[in-house]
Design a protein around this ligand. Structure first.
Ligand SMILES: Nc1ncnc2c1ncn2[C@@H]1O[C@H](COP(=O)(O)OP(=O)(O)OP(=O)(O)O)[C@@H](O)[C@H]1O
Ligand SMILES: [Mg+2]
Length: 378
């Protein structure tokens, strides 16, 4: 039996189109069926929010408050191994926010990270490889922040240094007027930037280790996947240790000094990171067929599960939003194979028929109509 995190119970109050919902989840498979616009994605969004402290659909938390109400409340009871945890989160329209973990008030939203780990897979994720680099950075950030407090801290400090440094560079108008301040922020930028880069690079390597065999399987043995990290958006080798990365980062920054002054902005650093996926040596982003891109994203998502398990010793909860209809039979089977291995999964779809073959197993099937959930099978 594998070790996996489970959400045992979920409460939503005035969250999106839910007035009040109490849901006892199945430890394995939870199938939520509903027509369009009934609240399937909203429910997954609530779990993902408790997991990451943010919504995957909006950067404005106030959007999550049910219209014409004054605030929302979410509660989850979680089990990892034999330890139970509870999260309570409340947001008032009057801008008051309250987070409690195991009943203890927490000031920072980031305290949530690691309490309930999840991997969310939505049809939009199929754009992960075609879309802009920011999507791929976000992919790595969300994954790493959940499993590594060191990463989260380094990223926050890096972003802070980046903002301060950019403000300074902009204020210089082409000529250094405050060299001491610039040096201080550059030091911070390099220190935390090198750490972010090292951890992202390591994570990508681990992801490749897991994604390659599953892609091999999905493609019937035809495709070989490799993932290549592009530090700072450049085609350079930045080394593997933090001291090597630091050295290369300094060098490039020095070379870019005049450019940065002229442009008034930081030109190199993890805020420009990207990665490239190659199938049999060919860039999927530029030359991959739609099917190859889907398979690669699917393999990456499944690799995330294994990666998080490797780091934390627990499999995360898997949230699958309407993805079965987007995948063909072969890829669907590959995905459901994972589901069968004891990871708690919440999966949504518009058609009950998508889930035939799964329903005879031990599962929870529920129907969502207009923000109300009714159990069909337990
Ligand atoms: N803050 C809110 N208050 C009330 N209703 C909201 C709020 N935000 C979104 N909604 C409504 O929630 C409804 C359901 O949204 P959701 O995205 O969960 O649907 P869905 O079941 O996933 O549909 P689809 O199958 O089309 O993806 C939408 O009609 C939307 O108008
Ligand atoms: Mg939806």
């Amino acid at each position: 039996m594998i070790v996996a995190m489970k959400v045992e119970h979920l409460t939503l109050r005035n969250f999106r189109n839910y007035a009040h919902c109490e849901l006892e989840l199945h430890p394995r498979l939870n199938i939520l069926v509903g027509q369009n616009a009934q609240g399937k994605t909203n429910l997954l969004e609530s779990v993902h929010f408790l997991s990451t402290g943010r919504s995957h659909r909006t950067s404005n938390q106030y959007d999550l408050i049910r219209w014409d109400t004054t605030g929302f409340f979410l509660h989850a009871r979680i089990k990892k191994r034999n330890v139970r945890a509870q999260i309570d989160f409340r947001l008032d329209a009057s801008r008051k926010r309250e987070l409690k973990i195991n009943g203890i008030p927490e000031r920072k939203l980031s305290s949530l990270l690691g309490v309930l780990n999840s991997v969310l897979f939505t049809p939009e994720d199929l754009q992960l490889l075609k879309g802009p680099p920011a999507l791929r950075r976000r992919f790595l950030d969300i994954e790493l922040s959940q499993v590594s407090a060191v990463y989260l801290y380094a990223l926050q400090q890096y972003n802070r240094a980046l903002i301060q440094r950019n403000n300074l560079l902009r204020s210089f108008e082409g000529k250094v007027t405050n060299p001491v301040a610039l040096e201080t922020w550059t030091e911070q930028l390099v220190k935390y930037g090198a750490r972010v880069t090292r951890l992202r690079q390591q994570a990508l390597k681990a992801l490749a280790k897991y994604a390659a065999p599953s892609l091999h399987q999905i493609s019937g043995g035809k495709e070989k996947l490799s993932l290549i990290y592009r530090p700072w958006g450049l085609k350079v080798e930045c080394g593997e240790t933090e001291s090597e990365i630091t050295r290369v980062f300094w060098e490039i920054l020095q070379r870019q000094h005049a450019n940065e002054l002229r442009r008034g902005v930081t030109l190199v650093g993890p805020h420009r990171d990207d990665f490239v996926s190659l199938l049999n040596g060919i860039d999927v982003r530029e030359f991959g067929s739609q099917g190859q891109q889907r398979s690669t994203v699917l393999a990456l998502k499944m690799a995330e599960l294994a990666f998080m398990y490797e780091i934390t010793g627990n499999y995360p909860v898997l949230l699958l939003d309407d993805v079965l209809s987007e995948l063909d039979e072969k890829r669907r089977q590959a995905l459901l194979y994972e589901v069968d291995h004891g990871i708690q999964t919440i999966i949504t779809g518009t058609e009950a028929s998508l889930f035939t073959g799964l329903r005879d197993k031990e599962v929870l099937v529920a129907e969502i109509v207009n923000g109300r959930i009714s159990i069909v099978q337990q």
